[in-house]
Design a protein. Structure first.
Length: 574
């Protein structure tokens, strides 16, 4: 930064902070007469907050904040409602969620009626000419959605296998290629088969035919033949998807996301930002192998602005629990396998070098590790990186941190200032299969309390929209509920799943607000309701500190404010 840029930034900061102690420049927006949890330890609870432009200029009692009002100030009466800093989600796959919301989500579909309904809905939402793709039907066939896993899995019912006849009548001119959750089968409708030139008259490997007629089930060569005729998604469709997803985030009070962002998503975010439509702040995380390309053009951690910036770089050590591919010391009890190492782990030593080089270039590696062996392996690589590159500004994270061997692993996180990037809803969804797969070892899965007691910073989010095996909601309230109660959304098991790992409400709320700001290196501009910070705020219909913890999952966001703008108001959206 040159001298003039530095001087300009000082002048701007002075202008902003001056507003905190004078009434000469009134507020544009005041929220008053509420119960406001600020996440600011120097002033944890206030009644009112004043905003000028996109910044908070004051927080205090309603009487104190009334000094900032004039005839042009918009005043929102909270009437005792609960207010929190806007939620920040530490882990999203925005483009995938957007595609599912506008397109089709079949994770909980396992019958013809649901399939037809979902296909019809996708056809109505998607633009003309768009394919209906994906869906991942049947992920909750063996266990009902919300199952605690206490009862035996469903082994009697045959798995649902759809037929093109189920959907042809609602997709006459719309090509469809749907997937089963484990990608063992795909369903194409007649239109897709025609476009790909597939028929039972000229059989192709992987085209299922019964009595000389295609069922629509395709695999292998037939599947590739269809994929080859699917056109690239239009930019307009990507914008439609993004707008749909942003609307969903606004309704849940999510004002920022740490997103796993593929290259073709950046132009979408940039277009929306430039047209004042990017209503959630994006901390975009490219993959770790991009560190050198970014460094060569001078892009480091934090490059960008307050709405869209380059964040940490994501790497992958092992697989996922849903597919039984996480790396464990001991085998899965249902398969006998130990999990897999991901591509970045090869050739041996590749991941270690990627981390060292990216860290040396000023990037912040943030790496996926789920099984206990994967977590320990990554911890060792982080320790080596700190040794090689010495102390420097870095916020290293272990993404998911789902399973550890014992409490000593949490102590190891703490010694090295490693952040546990976790998604608490995983616990109450994955419990349906965890004990079947790893038995008593599940005691150390999603060890929120163990990490907290060891002094490890907890960072919470959703992993929205989930994996091919699970659906995870973007709403932070079920996530807080999961961390505090450790029960399914239906309240099972009665005493909570490994209840010794429950945490208190404030710890969970901090993990969705100020902790995530810190994990991104943004604690000076967001994450708390503090003068000088961005006015990103969520208003809830109930005080989550006063209600029974089991009720937290049902709490609603009634208003979302981003940069001082009211972007969601439930009174206007009913």
């Amino acid at each position: 930064m040159n001298y003039f840029c530095f001087l300009f930034s000082i002048l701007i900061f002075t202008a902003i902070t001056a507003g905190c102690s004078t009434t000469e420049q009134p507020a544009d927006l005041i929220l008053r007469n509420g119960v406001i949890w600020t996440a600011d330890t120097s002033q944890p609870n206030v009644e009112a907050v004043a905003v000028r432009g996109d910044r908070i200029i004051a927080a205090g009692s309603s009487a104190e904040i009334n000094r900032y009002a004039d005839n042009n100030t918009k005043i929102i009466e909270l009437d005792g409602r609960f207010v929190t800093p806007g939620f920040i989600d530490n882990h999203t796959h925005f483009n995938q969620a957007a595609a599912l919301l506008l397109g089709i989500n079949l994770l909980d579909a396992a019958d013809a009626e649901t399939l037809i309904e979902r296909v019809r809905g996708a056809k109505e939402r998607l633009p003309d000419g768009a394919w209906i793709i994906g869906g991942d039907w049947g992920a909750y066939e063996d266990w009902e959605f919300g199952s605690s896993g206490e009862t035996d899995r469903n082994t009697d019912r045959r798995h649902f296998t759809p037929h093109r006849d189920m959907i042809d009548s609602v997709t006459v001119e719309t090509p469809v290629l749907l997937s089963r959750w484990d990608r063992s089968q795909y369903l194409a409708n007649t239109k897709a088969l025609q476009l790909a030139g597939l028929s039972c008259e000229q059989p192709v490997q992987g085209l299922e035919c019964v009595d000389g007629r295609a069922t629509g089930i395709v695999t292998e060569a037939a599947l590739e033949q269809i994929r080859n005729v699917i056109p690239p998604k239009s930019f307009e469709q990507r914008l439609m998807e993004a707008r749909t997803a942003l609307n969903r985030l606004r309704s849940f009070g999510v004002t920022g996301i740490h997103d796993i962002t593929p290259p073709d998503q950046f132009p979408v975010f940039e277009y929306l930002r430039d047209n004042n439509e990017l209503t959630t702040r994006i901390y975009a995380r490219p993959t770790l192998d991009k560190w050198k390309a970014l460094a060569e053009v001078g892009i480091g951690h934090g490059f960008g602005d307050e709405y869209l910036k380059i964040g940490g770089l994501k790497g992958f050590v092992d697989g996922i629990m849903g597919n039984s591919t996480s790396q464990f010391y001991e085998p899965f009890e249902h398969t006998g396998g130990f999990g897999i190492w991901r591509d970045m782990m090869y050739p041996p030593g590749n991941m270690q070098q990627l981390i060292i080089d990216a860290d040396a270039a000023g990037h912040w590696p943030q790496i996926h590790a789920i099984g206990d062996r994967a977590v320990d392996t990554l911890l060792a690589m982080y320790e080596k990186t700190i040794e090689v590159n010495a102390e420097r500004e870095r916020r290293l994270r272990i993404i998911h941190s789902q399973h550890i061997r014992d409490a000593s692993v949490a102590q190891r996180y703490a010694r090295n200032n490693i952040i546990a990037e976790m998604q608490p809803y995983h616990a109450i969804d994955d419990m349906r299969w965890m004990e079947e797969r790893i038995g008593d070892r599940a005691r150390w899965s999603y060890a929120f309390r163990t990490f907290h007691d060891a002094g490890v910073m907890l960072s919470f989010g959703s992993d929205w929209p989930g994996t091919n095996a699970s659906w995870y909601p973007a709403n932070p309230l079920p996530g807080i509920y999961a961390a505090v109660v450790r029960k399914t959304m239906g309240g099972q098991p009665k005493g909570g799943w490994f209840p010794e790992e429950r945490i208190d409400v404030e710890t969970a709320l901090r993990a969705y607000t100020i902790n995530n700001a810190y994990a991104a290196g943004e604690e000076n501009i967001k994450g708390s309701i503090t003068p000088g910070k961005l006015a990103d705020i969520a208003v809830l219909n109930q005080n989550i500190f006063e209600i029974e913890p089991e009720q937290i999952k049902d709490v609603k966001v009634v208003m979302t404010i981003v940069g001082g703008r009211v972007l969601f108001d439930i009174r206007q959206n009913n």
